[in-house]
Structure formats: structure tokens, C-alpha cells
Design a protein around this ligand. Structure first.
Ligand code: NOJ
Length: 759
């Protein structure tokens, strides 16, 4: 009977293909609950476990392929209704094919939810997420997620494994490129923007997808920046630094969370009831579902936490991991565990309810093929409007690190420009890591971007390769450590130029998952190339490409102008050229501190004071004897082609009762000659705490644009949500005492005011 119903549905849908914006039905919570409960009653234990089972598709892999991962078996399970979700199946046609199997051949015909790593775009790519966070422009970030959702959903995807909201302080960790940097306040705002961008107002709309806040939790605190490593952190760091962006995502309505590969304080988090049941589903009341990371349930065995798959399935399911990503553990073990009375069926019911609810919300039960419209797919993917949006956020993501001699913006005429560096002509690397659905070599290169400006003469010389060999998604990138044969012609071109633009940095595949590094300098022979070119012409604009903060002390000391251009996605070259020529005045600010050398990491602005912070104490103070203890460029740093002056920092009072709002105002003036945008940042310091507080904490920011000579008044409100913290009993408290407020254009700002909170 079921099969007949679905066949009819399928026929009706086929007739409707092309009516892209169908009226989307949005069910109330109560309606969905009734439907879910009715369906749950019909399900066997095996079918319930099936909903908790996610298989990878048949082409792309984003993790180690398990022995059990053969296609034949997966098809068999799809037909039996033993698969609730698939990942990395893409394309309207391909998704239709798998949906057809489950909906027409399985007993209950429950549609799949199709997941995919839509990390910074689908086909049309935005900047890598770390770069985007440097824009501090929440509207642009949200828009970028909307574009990603539109393209992915048109290609059959229902659910992205993003945003990654892991706070990270260690640039050695390759996945810093996927997050929003080191700060929980900025990280939380970016998390909300991304969740709202992906999910929109109505999950059932054809251009929205479910989001997934990952990786829950503390993955970004992997010891020594080494991938998949142990995280060992205390209560205060967990609750005040790591968890806030997850909470923000939950409050923004995120439908799913993914747990992580790391252990936290001795418990692999996939098996952590504390994180998943007590905090997430308990304290925070999260109603969506949790997916494991790729085979992370199996990894409970390798961590030495579960003795075999059966125990791993038991621990993970009881702990609240609702879906098993390509681990094959739930499907093999869970039904028997329930039959043996080891795992209660109510655990399955809870997980399945959560999963089915999201499927209903997506509208998959109304129409399992609603995201499989090939015409819409064609119209949507690569739409010019999407290019506009990713160019917009790409420009905004660029950070001007220094501009000592005002080499930038470049004059548009009469200049001889030498452009040097293999990355300048690279159309692949700027796409960055994590872009499975996009086509290789489709970025606008910096060379192409600059060529669009015809007024200057432009000579391009590679100088040296950055990478050698293949750079496919799953392959390591091999770095050129020896070949300097292009140095001479690069130097000749530089010698003859008015201005040299050097595009140097990491290859796009040197960051991302599984790409931790212990060296944060320019890879390969690029540092040497920079120094050699500098000898013949120091008039250099260094354009950095990188997926993480780099240690570029030499460049900072010698090179007059440095532009942080990350990996900016499809529109990289146009964005960089517009900034270089001043058609966009840079406004980005660093979301992560840049170290002076790798020995300083982890380095972050919101550190504690230490008991020995006083230079007067001879050698006996908290510092290094071989390098300054400060970062090279602090969190929040970023210059403009104009200058801003901050003044008149005022509070409405100096003494407040706890619970009262603190009103802060300040003036900002554009003191330069061109229009510019500035991210006005507000930090606090709670001077004395029962749990010590950081020397500065970001608690507000506002992006403002000013004409030359214009002054604006900016206002912020601090309240109990921003003035308190979690103590070591995991209680959120606001303590009476003295506070400082700082405002300015970076975390180094010195403009401050004081106030006191009383009981
Ligand atoms: C492993 C990664 O850690 C996770 O972020 C990603 O979503 C999955 N693989 C699926 O590709």
C-alpha cells in the first residue's frame, strides 16, 4: 500500500518539475509530533536503528573507508529501510535515485536526509570560514550561507555539516580554517549568522538546508594542534570559551550537532553523556539530533574506551549520539543490544523521534523528491547573483595587516607592476580546503583579477612553485622545498618594477582536516624568494594566502605592505584586485592572533593575567627570553586606507546594580581622506573574579562606515548576559566588583573607562 502511495506521489511530482517555488507547507510542532508518534509506532527495532544509520555515498570519501562500506550492501540496506541518511551523495539525479529506493522499496518508505559538507559554498565558493569571520560582517556571512544553501539544496542536499563552531587558539591545527577563530563572542555571532543563513525562516523551503554545529566539543583544543588528539581542559575553559558558540547555534535553532573525534578529559566525546545528554539535551533543551563524526563510534574502541563494537554502540547510543556516520556499528549491534535489554528501546525512540522530526520539518515526507529538480539545479548553481555575494564577502574578508609607506591603494595608471609567486596565477589553491562539490581550477586568480585593471603594465613571474604533484581532495599536497630555478627571472622583473606584488603563502590543501603543521612559516622556498626579491626591490606588497595564522616576523620587519587574503574562494582574484586598487577599502579584522613564531602558540588575546605579569621583576615574570610575549598581530587587528580616531568613551553611570544595563557610548571619527568601514570593538575586563577573568573579553562590536571627516556616536549595552561567567560549579554568575571597558579598532585598544557592579 505504502509503495503505491509513494509511486503516486512520485508521478505528481514529476509533473510538477519546474515549478521550483512550490508552496511550502510548514507544519506546527504539534502536527509534526502527531505524525512522528504515529510513524514510530509502526516501526520495528531494526527500522528504528536504520534511521540512526548514515552511509556515505558511492563516490567521494571524507574519511577512512570501512571494510563494510561496499556498495552492494548499502543498496541492500537502503531497500530494507535500514538507512536513515546518506552523506556525500550529490546532484538532483543521484539523490532522486537513492530516495526512490528507500521510498518505493522499503516497507515504510521513510525518505533519507541527505547530508553534505557544505563548508564555504557548494559550487560557487565563498572564502574559507576563518577568512569570512575576518569580515565581522554578519549580514555578508549570513548571505554567504544562504547562497551555499540555495546551491546545495538545488543539488539534492538537505543538510550541511556546518557551521564548524570550534574555538581554536592553536594555528598548528589545520582545521582553524573551518571555524571563526579564537573568540567565543565573535564565534557565537558568526555561528548564529551561519545557522540562520543555512536554515532560513522555513526549513521546508526548497532553498534552505538543515545546519549542524560541530564538533561537539573541544575538538579545537586538540593538544599541540595535532589532529584528532586529546583535549584536556578545565571547567572554566569548557563553559566560558568552548561551549558558548554551540549554545548560540542551539538558540539560533540549529537542527543538528555533530560530536567530535577527540576525547575530553578522558572521555571520547562521542561517548560523553555529560556533553550530549546532560548539557546539550538536558540543560540547553536541544530538540534536534546529534550525529557522530565519521566512524567516531568505532573509534571509542581505539581510544581504549569500549572493548568492541557492541560496547561502542551501547556507550554512544546511551550517551546521546543519535546517528552513526559511516561507522556501521549501530546497524550491526544496536538492535541486538535492545533485544538483550542492554540498551532501552526508549533510547532508540528518542533518537528516531529527533531524526524524523527534522525530516518532517524539511518537508521530505510531503515530497521526498522536492530537492531533486534538475531544472532548478541548473538555474541555481553558479547563478551570477551568487558570484556577486561571494565577491562581496571575499572583499570584506581581506585584512590589511600593515601599510607603512602607503603603497596601497595602488595608483591605477602609469605604474610598472611585477607580480610574483605561483599562488598569484593559481586557480585551484584559492578555492581552499573543503570544496568537494566545486570544480577544480575555477577560482579567478589574482593575476586575472589584476589583469582586469588595464592602466598599469603588469609582468607576471612565478618565482617558485609552492606545491608539486597532485592536489586532489584526499591527497596530501607536496611542497616544493628545492626548486629555485625561477628566482632569477622573478628578480629581474622586480628590479624593473615600480611596485612588486608577491602572492605567497600556503597551498589551499595545507589546511583543513588532517593537515596540522608544526611550522608556521611560509612553506617551501617562498621565504627565500621573498628575501631575494626584497634585495632588488623593497617596494613590495605581500599578499598572503593561507588557511591559518602564519608566523611572518621577517616579513613584518621588512615588507612595507602586507595584505591578508586567505583563500577567498571563487572570486579571489577580483576581491584582491579591488582592494589593491582601492575600489574596496579594506575593513577586515583578524579573528585569530598571529604569532611571532610557532613556539608562542597557543596564543590568544583573552588570556589570563598570571601572577607575574610585571616587567620590573627582572627575569622572574611571565614571558619568553627570546621573543616578545605579544603576538605579531593581535586579534581584532586590521587597517584601512583611512584612519579612525576614537574618543569620548562614556558610561551612563559609574556604579550599577547587578542586573542593570550598562550603557556605553563613544565617538569615532574618520580622520583620513577616503570613506572607510571600521569594526568598532568593545572589550571588558572583570578585574577580580572568584574564577580569574581574562585580561580582555570581546563583548560587542559594530561595523560602521564613515565619510572623510565624519564623526559618529556608537552605543553598546552590557548586561548580565555579557558581564557574567561560568564558575567551576558550572553556574553562570555575575559578580559584584570593578570592571574596565575598552573600545577601539583591535584587542590592543587602550581607550578605557571604569565602572563598578554592586549587589
Ligand atoms: C569528518 C569531519 O571531521 C567532519 O567535520 C565532516 O563533516 C565529516 N568527516 C564528513 O565528511
Amino acid at each position: 500500500m505504502k509503495k503505491i502511495v509513494y509511486t503516486l506521489v512520485a508521478i505528481i511530482i514529476v509533473q510538477n518539475i519546474g515549478m521550483a517555488q512550490q508552496k511550502e507547507k510548514k507544519y506546527s510542532k504539534e502536527e509534526i509530533t502527531i505524525k512522528v508518534e504515529a510513524l514510530l509506532k509502526k516501526m520495528t527495532i531494526e527500522e528504528k536503528v536504520g534511521q540512526m544509520n548514515q552511509y556515505n555515498g558511492f563516490w567521494d570519501v571524507t574519511g577512512p573507508v570501512p571494510e563494510e562500506g561496499n556498495a552492494e550492501k548499502k543498496y541492500e540496506h537502503l531497500r530494507k529501510g535500514w538507512v536513515g541518511s546518506m552523506l556525500t551523495v550529490r546532484g538532483a539525479k543521484e539523490v532522486r535515485a537513492v530516495q526512490k529506493i528507500v521510498t518505493e522499496e522499503s516497507r515504510l518508505g521513510i525518505p533519507l536526509i541527505i547530508g553534505f559538507d557544505v563548508i564555504h559554498g557548494y559550487k560557487t565558493l565563498s572564502p574559507i570560514p576563518l577568512a569570512e569571520a575576518a569580515s565581522w560582517d554578519l549580514e555578508a556571512i549570513k548571505k554567504s550561507a544562504e547562497v551555499a544553501a540555495a546551491e546545495a539544496s538545488a543539488s539534492g542536499i538537505n543538510w550541511t555539516f556546518g557551521p564548524m563552531v570550534d574555538i581554536a587558539r592553536d594555528a598548528r591545527w589545520g582545521r582553524v580554517m573551518e571555524g571563526a577563530g579564537e573568540d567565543p563572542f565573535l564565534g557565537s555571532r558568526v555561528a548564529e549568522a551561519r545557522v540562520k543563513g543555512f536554515q532560513g525562516e522555513n526549513l521546508a523551503a526548497v532553498n534552505t538546508i538543515a545546519a549542524c554545529a560541530k564538533h561537539f566539543a573541544a575538538y579545537g583544543f586538540a593538544e599541540s594542534g595535532k589532529e584528532y588528539n586529546t583535549a584536556d581542559i578545565g571547567t572554566s575553559t569548557l563553559h566560558n570559551i568552548v561551549l558558548p558558540p554551540f549554545k548560540a547555534a542551539v538558540d539560533a535553532g540549529v537542527k543538528t550537532l555533530m560530536n567530535s573525534f577527540n576525547e575530553l578529559n578522558g572521555v571520547p566525546v562521542t561517548g560523553s553523556s555529560y556533553l550530549q545528554r546532560d548539557i546539550l539535551k538536558g540543560k540547553w533543551g536541544f530538540k534536534g539530533f546529534v550525529i557522530s563524526d565519521w566512524a567516531s563510534i568505532n573509534e571509542l574502541i581505539y581510544w581504549g574506551h569500549a572493548k568492541d563494537k557492541r560496547e561502542a554502540a551501547k556507550i554512544a547510543s546511551i550517551a546521546g549520539s543519535d546517528m552513526d556516520m559511516e561507522g556501521h556499528v549501530y546497524i550491526q549491534e544496536l538492535a541486538q543490544l535492545v533485544k538483550d535489554g542492554v540498551v532501552k528501546e526508549s533510547i532508540l525512540d528518542d533518537a528516531v523521534r529527533r531524526i524524523l522530526t527534522v525530516k518532517y520539518e524539511l518537508g521530505l515526507f510531503d515530497n521526498p523528491y522536492k530537492y531533486c529538480d534538475e531544472k532548478l539545479e541548473k538555474e541555481t548553481i553558479g547563478n551570477p547573483k551568487h558570484h556577486e555575494a561571494v565577491l562581496d564577502v571575499a572583499k570584506k574578508s581581506i585584512v590589511l595587516l600593515k601599510n607603512d609607506t602607503q603603497l596601497l591603494p595602488l595608483k591605477k595608471e602609469g605604474q610598472k607592476i611585477a607580480l610574483i609567486g605561483a599562488l598569484a596565477a593559481d586557480k585551484n589553491s584559492p578555492l581552499g580546503s573543503w570544496r568537494i562539490a566545486s570544480d577544480d581550477h575555477t577560482a579567478i586568480s589574482v593575476l586575472e583579477g589584476l589583469q582586469a585593471y588595464k592602466g598599469n603594465s603588469l609582468v607576471y613571474k612565478k618565482g617558485a612553485d609552492v606545491s608539486v604533484g597532485k592536489t586532489a581532495f584526499t591527497q596530501e599536497v607536496a611542497i616544493n622545498e628545492t626548486d629555485k630555478s625561477g628566482f632569477e627571472e622573478a628578480k629581474l622583473a622586480a628590479k624593473d618594477a615600480d611596485v612588486v606584488i608577491m602572492v605567497l603563502g600556503e597551498h589551499g590543501f595545507q589546511s583543513g582536516e588532517g593537515r596540522s603543521r608544526t611550522n608556521l612559516q611560509l612553506p617551501g622556498v617562498q621565504q627565500e624568494l621573498l628575501e631575494e626579491v626584497y634585495k632588488v626591490n623593497p617596494n613590495i606588497v605581500l599578499v598572503l594566502n593561507n588557511g591559518r595564522p602564519l608566523a611572518i616576523s621577517w616579513a613584518n620587519e621588512h615588507i612595507p605592505t602586507i595584505l591578508e587574503a586567505w583563500q577567498l574562494g571563487t572570486q579571489t582574484g577580483n576581491a584582491v584586485a579591488q582592494v589593491i586598487y582601492g575600489d574596496y577599502n579594506p575593513s577586515g579584522k583578524l579573528p585569530m592572533s598571529f604569532p611571532r613564531n610557532v613556539g608562542q602558540v597557543p596564543i590568544y588575546y583573552n588570556h589570563k593575567s598570571t601572577g607575574r605579569n610585571n616587567k620590573e621583576a627582572h627575569v622572574f615574570w611571565s614571558h619568553y627570553i627570546d621573543v616578545e610575549k605579544t603576538p605579531l598581530y593581535p586579534f581584532g587587528h586590521g587597517l584601512s586606507y583611512t584612519t579612525f580616531e576614537y574618543s569620548d568613551l562614556k558610561l551612563d553611570k559609574s556604579l550599577y546594580s547587578i542586573g542593570e544595563d550598562v550603557h556605553v557610548s563613544l565617538k569615532i571619527k574618520n580622520t583620513g581622506n577616503v570613506k572607510g568601514k571600521e569594526v568598532v570593538q568593545l572589550y571588558i575586563r572583570d578585574l577580580f573574579g572568584s574564577v580569574t577573568r581574562p585580561v580582555k573579553e570581546l563583548k560587542g562590536f559594530e561595523l560602521t562606515e564613515l565619510e572623510p571627516g565624519e564623526t559618529k556616536t556608537i552605543q553598546f549595552v552590557l548586561n548580565k548576559e555579557t558581564l557574567g561567567f561560568y564558575n567551576n560549579s558550572e553556574e553562570y554568575i555575575v559578580e559584584p566588583g570593578d570592571f574596565k571597558v575598552f573600545v577601539g579598532g583591535s584587542s590592543y585598544t587602550k581607550l578605557e573607562a571604569d565602572f563598578t557592579l554592586k549587589e
